[in-house]
Design a protein around this ligand. Structure first.
Ligand SMILES: Cc1ncc(COP(=O)(O)O)c(C=O)c1O
Length: 343
């Protein structure tokens, strides 16, 4: 298989994580999370986020988002998100199906919500004819490869809490965000007022598995039941937990995300030199969004597999991973140049 920029989860599993799986692959352990490896992984998360953090491992990102939202909504609630949010565009309606609540989506050029956009939802509060805004869900880094600053997150958290709402973060690419912001995970989550995090790992070197983190004990009480109901309770949970311990304790997350972000920055730099290729969003993490003429997209498709993220504006998405080689970045940039020359 040639190198793929289609998605960061087209990448393989990083060595440290593979070794961690291999190391624990022996003997018998109690299932469903009552094993020492899961206890260890929970303590690693608690060291980073605070001792009272509640941690629930799940299989995938959609499961993490569904579990997060299930615990903080009722069926008459609305989850406020961007149009481009993964929960809105790419989860086949799972959040609506499992929570019964409505996703209320807002157009945002950079895939980022602001308190100003959400003001218009406030008249709904208390009106029995209307859904009740209850959760603001943001993605960090966003579906368009952009980033919320700590201050922007804090402003959304203040807005949420002032109106009795929760702030949820879809952190499928949280490591890329931490590296880009140059700060600890805790600084732009718990300390910035986020209540629940879907903490990703699969896109940055794990085989599979994500964690849901609650900083608020009340909704966390429901989580073990909703996790089982939504089929996200792993019997052999130690294989998820051990991955996270290796990933977090050895700073593997940082090494991997630093490389992925650097490759995206390099790709952006190379593309900015090409006539006719337009960087459509600021490149702040590991995603590069490029506007190309349709005929150039067609030509490029003969050599590379990638997704068009915006059909209307002809925007292709290229994701970099922990194991994207620099030579492949150069090759893609060159192929983009050739595709443009050919049309
Ligand atoms: C922003 C975001 N959230 C969540 C996910 C997780 O999805 P999955 O259920 O495929 O693991 C993805 C994966 O593409 C994503 O990009």
């Amino acid at each position: 298989m040639i190198h793929s920029f289609a998605s960061d989860n087209n990448s393989s599993v990083c060595n440290e994580v593979m070794q961690a799986i291999q190391q624990i692959n022996t003997g018998f352990e109690v299932g469903y999370g009552a094993d020492p490896y899961t206890q260890e992984a929970v303590s690693v998360f608690r060291k980073m986020f605070g001792n009272d953090t509640e941690v629930f491992f799940v299989f995938n990102g959609t499961g993490a988002n569904v579990l997060s939202l299930s615990c903080i909504t009722d069926s008459y609630h609305a989850v406020l998100c961007t149009e481009a949010a993964h929960i809105n565009e790419d989860e086949c309606g799972a959040p609506e199906k499992f929570t019964g609540s409505k996703l209320w989506d807002f157009f945002a050029q950079d895939a980022k919500l602001t308190p100003e956009m959400l003001q218009y939802t406030l008249p709904n509060l208390g009106d029995e004819h209307r859904v009740q805004p209850k959760v603001i869900s943001i993605t960090q880094s966003t579906e368009f490869g952009t980033l919320y600053s700590v201050e922007e997150i804090r402003a959304l958290a203040d807005f949420a809490h002032a109106h009795d709402m929760y702030l949820h973060m879809d952190g499928a690419r949280i490591a890329n965000a931490a590296v880009a912001l140059g700060c600890e995970f805790r600084t732009f989550t718990r300390d910035a007022g986020v209540d629940v995090v879907s903490f990703g790992g699969t896109k940055n070197g794990l085989m599979y598995g994500e964690a849901v983190l609650f900083f608020n004990p009340e909704p966390a009480r429901k989580a073990k039941f909703f996790r089982k109901q939504s089929m996200q309770l792993a019997s052999k949970m130690r294989y998820i937990s051990a991955q996270f311990t290796a990933y977090l304790q050895q700073d593997v997350w940082k090494k991997n995300a630093t490389h992925a972000n650097a490759m995206a920055a390099l790709l952006a730099q190379e593309i900015s030199k090409i006539n006719g290729a337009v960087l459509f969003h600021p490149v702040q993490a590991n995603g590069v969004f490029v506007q190309l003429p349709p005929k150039a997209i067609e030509a490029l498709r003969k050599k590379h597999f990638f997704y068009i993220f915006d059909e209307k504006n002809h925007v292709a998405r290229f994701m970099c991973s922990f194991n994207t080689p620099e030579s492949e970045v150069q090759r893609l940039a060159e192929d983009i140049r050739l595709a443009l020359e050919s049309v």
